[in-house]
Design a protein around this ligand. Structure first.
Ligand code: NAP
Length: 563
């Protein structure tokens, strides 16, 4: 069975036409042969190209019988891996028996086998003079770090010199910028043809996730996607379904623009689902990723190519990201935080914006007017109100600035009083320590806006203020949107206040980001439906497809120097 056939005739389950040749491989770590067979069948149904059979995961293994069983009537090409403990696997037995099993897999017609670099010369010596259809992947795993570009280059050369049909290098990301080195090697190897055989370059761990997606853009031969969330064969693997349907992996190509959410943590965010679904529906050649970033300045420096075009920014980087920008929108400058950074295509300069402010304030105004999507009147319903903001971080600054702009009297309550004081002084308001908020009730009908992460998943039992103090507020807003109904909002509703969820702010700030990213008006109804229902109606796709107003914002460059 030739997996390359898949390139010319992709099945409907593979997502129709594909713009890259990267194979998606589903690993099975099942402990029984029966379960492995079920996994292979599920992988086929879900849309994988290849299944990796991890022989070292089997509780019992009879090489001749079991390999025959797996290879007969296989619905997909199979890759056999028999990983020893010394390379991060589970096999702890005799080395000769392990390599015998891999040789037998070749004799029985396996599509691929994986042999570790450390034993590759010995293995190739043992099959010299024989001819097999099987492609031999020679692999090297580094569970500690990602070496320098020079060392990675040398490693590629060493693996290639063994006679490998395919080079595989898996390293570990201590920082997301480590992945840039793997991309450099991939582009160098494949586009510049320094490596004469196909190359698999993956970076393990949460910080390496983008390597598993963008390899399809940069010419990687194969990536792994798991059948079930969390059932992984190496740290950081996404699910097969996420590769296919969240990141639209089949549609990524050299021209695909990269967007993403810079933050720490980022896993809770709905932005990747929202933007990827919108890009696909509107026909924009872009992918939006989770970017688990420790240091925004390092990240933006490492990914300075014009391919990396736009970023959302979240906890805790909104203020730091502002300092990384070459130019900052005046509103964002006043707030002191950005939640959106665009790389200007003409000169590569970074431009910072804050769309949290409009998103949150218009949602609260709509709440006060008693409607969700009403048109605004000249005078804001916030004018003259006492507006209490809990938190003095990025979102807190946006809310405080926005409320002040609308004529509210603003009070900042924060865990760290000095930060509350500092923000209050900047916008012309009052400050409180968060501990004193429960006893604060100078008047009735106040507005409360929580902009801290207190009550966010997984700590959903927490709340920033006691229920008894909520009776002084006529409207309570919570910036948190996972969960949609926080404990704060539930208790505020029980106390008789109007509530406004973080979902409304999320949608509002996302409209602004989309407009900054694409130069197009945001498809608001579409966004609302994606957020509410998680997917689109067929009619949405039909009406948005091939939008003639789409313009791409910059030209492609995947050269070594630009990454
Ligand atoms: P940030 O810049 O890191 O600020 C966090 C703020 O929360 C700081 O004032 C911090 O107080 C306070 N805080 C954090 N943990 C606390 C705790 N355990 N107890 C008391 N105070 C605590 O974060 P951000 O970007 O402003 O985001 C804050 C929240 O808003 C997050 O939950 C985020 O998901 C949400 N958000 C939602 C949207 C939306 O679209 N709905 C948009 C933006 C943000 P200290 O100063 O004392 O550290």
């Amino acid at each position: 069975m030739d997996p390359n056939v898949l390139f010319s005739a992709p099945s409907a389950s593979n997502g129709g036409s594909r713009k890259n040749a990267t194979l998606i491989c589903a690993p099975t770590m099942a402990e029984s042969l029966e379960k492995m067979k079920i996994d292979v069948s599920n992988a086929k149904d879900t849309g994988a190209d290849v299944v990796e059979i991890r022989l070292d995961a089997l509780n019992t293994f009879d090489p001749s019988q079991d390999l025959n069983t797996l290879l007969q009537h296989r619905p997909l090409p199979l890759l056999f891996t028999y990983r020893p403990k010394w390379e991060g696997g589970k096999y702890d037995g005799d080395e000769n028996k392990r390599l015998d099993a891999l040789r037998l897999a070749m004799e029985l017609g396996a599509d691929y086998i994986d042999v570790e670099l450390q034993v590759a010369h010995q293995f190739f010596d043992s099959i010299r003079g024989k001819s097999f259809k099987t492609k031999v992947i020679v692999s090297s795993h580094n569970y500690q770090l990602t070496p320098s570009v020079e060392d990675l280059g040398n490693l590629v050369a060493r693996i290639q010199a063994t006679g490998a049909d395919i080079v595989k290098i898996a390293t570990t990301a201590l920082d997301i910028t480590d992945v840039a080195r793997m991309f450099q090697i991939m582009v160098h190897s494949q586009v510049r043809r320094v490596c004469l055989v196909p190359f698999i370059g993956l970076v393990m761990g949460d910080r390496g996730l983008i390597s598993r997606i963008l390899c399809a853009k940069f010419g990687g031969y194969l990536t792994f996607g798991t059948l079930e969330s969390g059932v992984i064969s190496a740290p950081g693997q996404p699910t097969l379904k996420d590769l296919l349907y969240l990141y639209n992996l089949r549609q990524l190509g050299p021209d695909t623009k990269v967007y993403g959410l810079i933050g720490k943590p980022v896993g809770h965010s709905k932005s990747p689902k929202l933007f990827n679904e919108a890009f696909k529906s509107v026909g924009i050649d872009g992918v939006y990723l989770f970017l688990l970033v420790d240091d925004p300045a390092n990240f933006l420096r490492a990914y300075s190519s014009t391919d990396f075009v736009g970023f959302s920014v979240t906890i805790p980087h909104k203020e730091t990201a502002l300092k990384c920008c070459d130019e900052v929108d005046p509103v964002a400058k006043s707030i002191g935080a950005v939640n959106c950074v665009i790389r200007r295509p003409t000169d590569g300069k970074l431009i910072g914006y804050n769309t949290d402010y409009v998103g949150a304030i218009s949602a609260i105004e709509d709440g006060l007017r008693g409607k969700q999507n009403g048109s605004s009147t000249a005078v804001s319903p916030l004018a003259g109100k006492l507006f209490v903001v809990i938190g003095a971080g990025g979102a807190g600054k946006a809310l405080a600035y926005g409320a002040k702009e609308k004529g509210a009297r603003v009070v900042i309550a924060n865990r760290t009083y000095d930060r509350a004081r500092e923000l209050a002084d900047i916008i012309g308001g009052d400050a409180l320590a968060l501990a004193d908020l429960g006893n604060y009730h100078p008047e009735d009908d106040m507005i409360l806006a929580n902009t801290t992460s207190i009550g966010m998943q997984p700590k959903v039992d927490e709340t920033p203020i006691s229920k008894s103090a909520l009776k002084y507020y006529s409207l309570v807003f919570d910036a948190i949107y996972t969960p949609k109904m926080t404990r704060l909002l539930n208790e505020a509703e029980e106390s008789g206040a109007t509530i406004v969820t973080g979902f409304e702010m999320f949608l509002g700030q996302a409209y602004g980001q989309y407009e900054n990213f694409t130069g197009l008006p945001a498809p608001k109804e579409l966004f609302r439906r994606i957020v509410n229902y998680g997917k689109l109606l067929r009619s949405d796709r039909l009406s948005l497809h091939h939008n003639p107003r789409i313009r791409m914002v910059s030209t492609i460059c995947i050269c070594l120097h630009c990454l």
